[in-house]
Design a protein around this ligand. Structure first.
Ligand code: E4P
Length: 230
């Protein structure tokens, strides 16, 4: 499963990239607004270009179009791809106008991610329309009183059973349990915040075990020594 960071804050992206194996970055208009307003960068391309330069041209960068009509989504999506390079995925909401735009963009060879997916039926239509990824919002579905992980598994299954090339890009995680269940199920990709990604390997019992190894070694060789300098 690919793992992406869901953020537009270059500092958070740098921190996560430094420590963890990450395949790319996802953004949405709300993330761009939050980060842009905080950092005084009101043109989203300033943030996105900084991200593209840092992650490199081979990493995935997902950027959402905000137009409401299909023709405008197509024009906006092409502009996004032209501005940000070959591995840019144009995020288009899986609504009626969006499905029309997805079909056009996909047929023209652009990389497209269907977003704002809350139901398997939306995902099915997006898959048929030719998207590369469909992004179900796991925690938001949970908040509707449904089971976001179960819905995401159904979406993964329906792509497989219908021979569609579309992969799941699971999004909107609030905890590692949601994410781990989908890793175990083998969905194509997940995107999560720095907090959730960091929580994947935060464990005080493990930290204590590692610290005990250090204490034992130092009792043998003296404080500050390692296998490099004994
Ligand atoms: C990704 O495609 C979504 O835009 C994002 O993960 C939504 O996350 P949220 O529910 O935390 O806003």
């Amino acid at each position: 499963m690919k793992l992406l960071i869901d953020d537009a804050d270059i500092q958070a992206i740098r921190r996560v990239y430094e420590y963890y194996p990450i395949d790319g970055v996802t953004t949405n208009p709300s993330i761009l607004a939050r980060v842009g307003l905080t950092r005084g960068k009101r043109n989203p391309y300033e943030l996105l270009t900084e991200i593209r330069e840092f992650v490199g041209e081979d990493a995935e960068l997902h950027v959402q179009a905000v137009s409401q009509r299909a023709e405008d989504m197509v024009e906006e999506g092409i502009h996004i791809a032209e501005m940000l390079g070959k591995n840019t995925y144009i995020k288009i909401p899986a609504v009626k106008e969006g499905l029309k735009a997805i079909r056009i963009l996909s047929a023209e060879g652009y990389r497209v991610t269907a977003t704002a997916i809350y139901t398997p039926q939306q995902a099915f239509l997006a898959g048929k329309a030719g998207v590369d990824y469909a992004a179900p919002y796991v925690n938001r579905i949970d908040n509707m009183g449904l089971d976001g992980v179960a819905v995401t598994k159904r979406i993964h299954d329906l792509f497989q059973k219908n021979g569609l090339k579309t992969q799941v890009l699971a999004a909107s995680f609030k905890n590692t349990r949601q994410l781990l269940e989908l890793v175990e199920y083998g969905v194509g990709a997940s995107t999560a915040t720095e907090t959730v990604i960091s929580e994947l390997c935060r464990n005080e019992t493990v930290d204590r075990a590692v610290h005990a190894f250090l204490e034992d070694f130092e009792s043998l060789c003296g404080e500050g020594h390692t296998m490099l300098n004994v």
